[in-house]
Design a protein around this ligand. Structure first.
Ligand SMILES: [Ca+2]
Length: 121
């Protein structure tokens, strides 16, 4: 009995998106096609993720999870036109959401992204 409880707890801990910021980028609209994902604990501060290889200039949709309830932090995601977090697009994503990039004129254009995490007050 104790063993099965431990397995269940481990499975929940490994589920992405349940306890930290996480982003999924998809080559096609509506979360279809090849994808990449990344995430982190959401410690306060800024971080640049300098490329989206192998989907550079190919991303068409995004699923984003912003919060880490355990740390009480939230992360805002910024997208960039160029690698190395250069040439920011004028959009910041600070909540759980899904976006088809053609709806905001970013289809096949994103090349890097950054996070800015802070404590939710
Ligand atoms: Ca671009």
């Amino acid at each position: 009995m104790k063993f099965s409880v431990a397995i269940a707890a481990t499975a929940i801990a490994l589920l992405p998106g349940t306890d930290a910021w996480r982003v999924y980028f998809y080559q096609l609209q509506n979360e279809e096609g090849p994808s990449i994902t990344n995430g982190g604990p959401g410690h306060p501060g800024h971080a640049c993720f300098s490329n989206v290889d192998p989907l550079n200039q190919k991303i068409s949709s995004m699923r984003y999870y912003s919060d880490n309830p355990d740390l009480n932090t939230r992360c805002c995601l910024t997208l960039y036109d160029s690698p190395g977090c250069a040439n920011a697009f004028p959009y910041t994503f600070c909540r759980n959401q899904f976006v088809n990039f053609n709806e905001i004129n970013l289809d096949n254009d994103v090349s890097s992204y950054s996070t800015d995490c802070y404590y939710i007050t």
